[in-house]
Design a protein around this ligand. Structure first.
Ligand code: 13P
Ligand code: SF4
Length: 373
């Protein structure tokens, strides 16, 4: 993704938190239902307090699409989420990302050229009709369009299991008519691997495609035979969690429940009690009885918000040194005030658009996902 965000004008850069809050409140008031502010679960509180809806990436995009009256959708999240919202909203709606530098380092680990090259190499060893490309929601619209064009599908961390079952079947409960017998899964190797294990595939059925090496660093037999080819991508926030964090947390809090995100490495997932998406984690905390101690492995803003909003339970990150997602963190009250005041003055700042051809195929991949789960 190209990063273009210029420095903010002095009015915003030098404003105090209270001044920014006044600007945002006044702009939202002036815009009324014409604007919908969406907040991803990983956003900071100074932004989240202004969100008309909170949610995970897919839920928020769907919400934007359902709110036809909202002319402007201000997406407080990262670039791929704003793109998905643009794909799913109608042509009268405009999607805005308050800071163009809010990308996703994982999404950037797979680009269209590299994926097309992998596809071409696969085509030299196997019949591509048997290969189903699956892209995680955390990817550019260009990659969603690629999978749309090639009979593939998008997945999120909450539905990856159903999507991979649709693609190649569930080894633990065979049946149905899978759409192929090999998946090329990108960009997150961990979500792909955790999903493969959940469906009964073994370590020998999976191989990592390394885009920096010739032919992915794999021999032809592996390329042809692996049921899951996993892109060598990861989330720098979730990859930091280690099994030692789980052990240390349990030592301090015997009997604690440990809930981790599927972007964590498999050795962490193996020792956790529960694994699931951001929405799943929120529900797991809500469902735990009062007095529970819950150790969570995901982005720190969500964990801290859960801790504050669930005072009858103890909610902590399992890693005391966990970093925030630095790109989510780029969205702050100053950028939110800047885009909202722009809208009041008739200027759409930081609009995110996906060209019609790309949007068409990306929509097909997203709709396939919806039909699958
Ligand atoms: P969700 O799909 O749960 O919103 O997660 C997105 C993400 O970036 C996780 O790291
Ligand atoms: Fe991307 Fe990880 Fe940040 Fe999620 S937490 S937006 S996957 S870098």
């Amino acid at each position: 993704m190209i990063r273009l965000q210029a420095a903010l004008p002095e009015r915003y850069a030098a404003a105090s938190p209270d001044e920014l809050a006044d600007m945002i409140a006044a702009a939202k008031q002036a815009l009324g239902p014409r604007v919908l502010v969406l907040g991803h679960h990983y956003q900071r509180d100074e932004v989240m307090r202004w969100a008309d809806a909170r949610g995970d990436s897919f839920a928020l995009s769907r919400l934007a699409a359902d709110r036809h009256d909202a002319e402007f959708v201000v997406f407080c999240g990262v670039h791929f989420m704003a793109e998905s919202a643009d794909v799913l909203t109608d042509e009268r709606q405009q999607v805005v990302l308050p800071d163009l530098n809010a990308g996703c380092s994982m999404a950037d680990m797979a680009d269209l050229d590299a994926v097309e090259e992998a596809w071409e190499v696969l085509g030299t060893v196997t019949d591509l009709d048997r290969v189903v490309p699956v892209t995680y929601m955390n990817s550019s619209a260009a990659l969603k369009a690629f999978v749309g064009r090639h009979g593939g599908v998008v997945c999120t961390s909450s539905n990856a299991r159903a999507v991979v079952t649709w693609a190649i079947g569930d080894r633990r409960s065979p049946g149905g008519t899978p759409h192929g017998d090999q998946v090329l899964f990108f960009p997150d190797q961990h979500l792909g691997r955790n999903t493969g294990f959940q469906l009964g595939y073994g370590a020998d059925d999976m191989a990592v495609w390394d885009p920096r090496r010739a032919r992915g660093g794999l021999d032809d037999a592996t390329l042809k035979e692996a049921s899951l080819l996993l892109w060598n991508g990861h989330c720098s926030v979730h990859q930091r969690f280690r099994p030692e964090h789980v052990a240390a947390f349990r030592q301090v809090h015997p009997g604690a429940l440990v809930v981790v995100h599927p972007e964590c490495a498999h050795d962490v997932v193996e020792v956790a009690d529960l694994v699931g998406s951001t929405d799943f984690i929120i529900k797991a905390v809500a469902d735990a009885p009062p007095g529970s101690v819950i150790g969570v492995a995901t982005e720190i803003h969500l964990v801290e918000r859960l801790a504050t909003e669930t005072p009858d339970k103890t909610v902590r990150s399992i890693d005391p040194l966990v970093c925030p997602c630095s790109t989510m963190y780029r969205i702050d009250a100053a950028h939110l005030a800047w885009v909202l005041e722009g809208l009041v003055g008739g200027e759409v700042r930081n609009r995110i658009t996906v060209d019609e051809e790309t949007a068409h195929w990306a929509r097909i991949a997203l709709e396939r996902m919806l039909a699958t789960v």
